[in-house]
Design a protein around this ligand. Structure first.
Ligand code: C2E
Ligand code: CA
Ligand code: CA
Length: 574
């Protein structure tokens, strides 16, 4: 049997071991009396409290180190342990210290008893889990938020939509309504490719902030990816509530964004789906909002459309149209129409722009606004573009021979054509085949198409220029305000977009944009053609601004070849 002295030695050893362990362990360990006053804390806790010595904590309470809220809660927990004897295990607590710093701990608290079993206080141990908490929060952000805009992503959006479906089912007879808006920027690709991806990101970021201003805090604005955003509008009264939000968005977008010192205008097309249609699944609602958005694009962009079941039929009919378009060329259903381009001064005929039409066996005359985008999507544009080029050049060559007039012919070249096929090669072949002088041919490329293919277009344009084929920039003014790139291309003429011409109603203010474009063109040694001239007032205003040539219903609609030929034969000014 061990002697009394040996026993004491053993106890001292034990206490020493425990004390060493307490002060080495990187967790908070503390003992409190029944009134929640510290009776002992370890070194780690002292450090956290900012105390030089653990002994200084004796007699103090949580209120001396933490904000009231946390201290209150700890006090209540401990009082409960003291009265019930039940421990609290692995409790996650948020500690806010007096200086405002926050830390998360996982705490276990036990009752502390004397040898007779009476509860004399509490014992607690708290482990710092702040890093784990931060990591969890970060993971959650990554899973549910878009890193660029910090908006909810597709996963979170679908999740919220799903919740609304459940809620609507519960409240089915109370007419609980909600809506999804699908938003897509109209010319984002052009901006992204033209100004660079970073500029594109900046624009998206600014757009996100503007969109946030258009919705209520209870609505969910999300970025699905790219330039596609969705908005979930909760608890709306009627369709008007949704279209009002759409109107607000269009209005927000009517002022320019400033991205890297460049002013950029960007409109958006919006599709709307409303829950009253009786959806079964969130995916269906999102799909219909998407379909409606495509409709808004097809109807001329910068607008919104509400989904209706007709649209579904139309979407299917577009699919059918696509199949038909594949056969249109071989079945000889494409036709070239010709719209006169007129000298604004002398009113003489200068030439024509060739515009594609499709004589569909069932639908009748289909306009290019419908089938050109379809052709671009499906890659058929190369074949159609080549067909138009050959048709227009052949026609003009024949007219020149027949009427001995030096008229020009303009042919449109689309974005996809520039990147897909060897346009310069095609032009050379067609000129040779048709015998048309290269000087008589002009290719019209839209501003945005040019920007989207800066590298490849530069090479193509140089070759065309070497052949003496002229280049017009189509729809000028609708793409960018950044004009620095214009110098580098041998552009002959800028075609002012008809949206600007149609605003020229005689008031000087409305003429400012056209005036600026003419000034720019003059500086760069280019000409200006006005598109969409419909009234005498517009023609007069354009003449005053030194706009050299024009095109529009005032002079003539696009005409079939036989009718266009009558104009050549007549030789009368417009
Ligand atoms: P665009 O090249 O800007 O052609 C001008 C459009 O404006 C034509 O529409 C023309 O009919 C219309 N227009 C002409 N004068 C007036 C006017 O006074 N007022 C109004 N409101 N409109 C006027 P269209 O023929 O429907 O062509 C639409 C677009 O389709 C063209 O716009 C062009 O981008 C594209 N397109 C047409 N033909 C071809 C083609 O052969 N190849 C390619 N790639 N695109 C084509
Ligand atoms: Ca054109
Ligand atoms: Ca145009």
């Amino acid at each position: 049997m061990a002697s009394h002295d040996e026993e004491i030695l053993g106890l001292e050893q034990e206490i020493f071991l425990l004390a060493t362990m307490m002060d080495t362990i990187p967790d908070s360990i503390y003992f409190k009396d029944r009134d929640s006053r510290f009776t002992r804390i370890n070194k780690y806790t002292a450090e956290r409290f900012g105390l030089t010595d653990p002994g200084l904590a004796v007699g103090k309470r949580d209120f001396d180190f933490f904000t009231g809220e946390h201290a209150d809660k700890a006090f209540r927990d401990e009082q409960e342990i003291v009265s019930t004897g039940r421990p609290l295990v692995n409790l996650e607590e948020k500690e806010t210290r007096a200086d405002g710093s926050i830390r998360w701990v996982s705490t276990t608290k036990m009752p502390l008893r004397d040898p007779a079993g009476n509860i004399i206080g509490t014992f607690g141990i708290s482990r710092d889990i702040t890093e784990k908490k931060q990591f969890e929060a970060q993971l959650e952000r990554q899973a549910f938020y878009d890193p660029l805009t910090q908006l909810p992503n597709r996963a979170l959006f679908t999740d919220r939509l799903q919740h609304l479906f459940h809620r609507a089912r519960r409240l089915s007879n109370r007419g609980f309504l909600f809506a999804v808006i699908y938003l897509d920027l109209d010319r984002f690709k052009g901006i992204n490719d033209g100004l660079g991806h970073q500029a594109g990101d900046e624009l998206l970021l600014q757009l996100a902030r503007r969109l946030e201003c258009c919705v209520r805090p209870s609505d969910t604005l999300a970025r699905l990816g790219g330039d596609e955003f969705t908005i979930l509008l909760e608890d709306i009264a009627n369709e008007g509530d949704v279209t009002r939000v759409a109107d607000r968005i269009h209005k927000e977008l009517s002022t320019a964004f400033t991205v890297r010192d460049t002013e950029v205008f960007s409109t958006a097309s919006l599709g709307i789906a409303i829950s009253s249609t009786g959806y079964e699944k969130p995916e269906d609602m999102l799909r219909d909002a998407d379909t409606a958005m495509y409709r808004a694009k097809a109807n001329g962009r910068s607008r919104h459309e509400v989904f209706d079941s007709d649209m579904h039929k139309k979407a299917i009919s577009m699919l059918k149209l696509e199949t038909d378009l594949r056969r249109a060329i071989e079945r000889n259903e494409l036709v070239a129409f010709y719209q006169p381009i007129v000298d604004m001064g002398t009113k003489q005929l200068l030439g024509f722009e060739a515009l594609a039409r499709w004589r569909h066996p069932v639908r009748g005359l289909v306009m290019p606004d419908i089938f050109i985008p379809l052709a671009e999507e499906t890659g058929l544009i190369s074949a159609i573009g080549f067909w138009m080029l050959r048709q227009a050049c052949g026609q003009m060559s024949a007219w020149q021979v027949k009427y001995k007039r030096e008229l020009g012919i303009s042919v449109n070249v689309s974005t996809r054509q520039l990147s897909q096929s060897d346009v310069a090669e095609q032009v050379q072949r067609v000129l040779k085949e048709t015998g048309l002088d290269a000087k008589s041919l002009t290719l019209e490329i839209t501003e945005s198409a040019l920007m989207q293919n800066l590298k490849s277009s530069a090479a193509v344009i140089k070759r065309l220029n070497d052949m003496a084929v002229k280049l017009y920039i189509d729809d000028f003014g609708t793409g960018y305000s950044s004009l620095s790139y214009l110098h580098s291309f041998p552009v002959d003429t800028l075609k002012v977009d008809k949206s600007f011409v149609s605003q020229m109603d005689g008031k000087p203010k409305q003429n400012e944009i056209v005036k600026a474009i003419v000034a720019l063109a003059t500086n760069l040694g280019m000409h200006v053609t006005a598109e969409g001239v419909e009234t005498e007032a517009q023609a007069t205003a354009l003449r005053e601004l030194n706009c050299t040539s024009g095109q529009g219903y005032l002079f003539s609609q696009p005409l079939p070849a036989e009718e266009a030929e009558l104009l050549i034969a007549a030789k009368v000014p417009f």
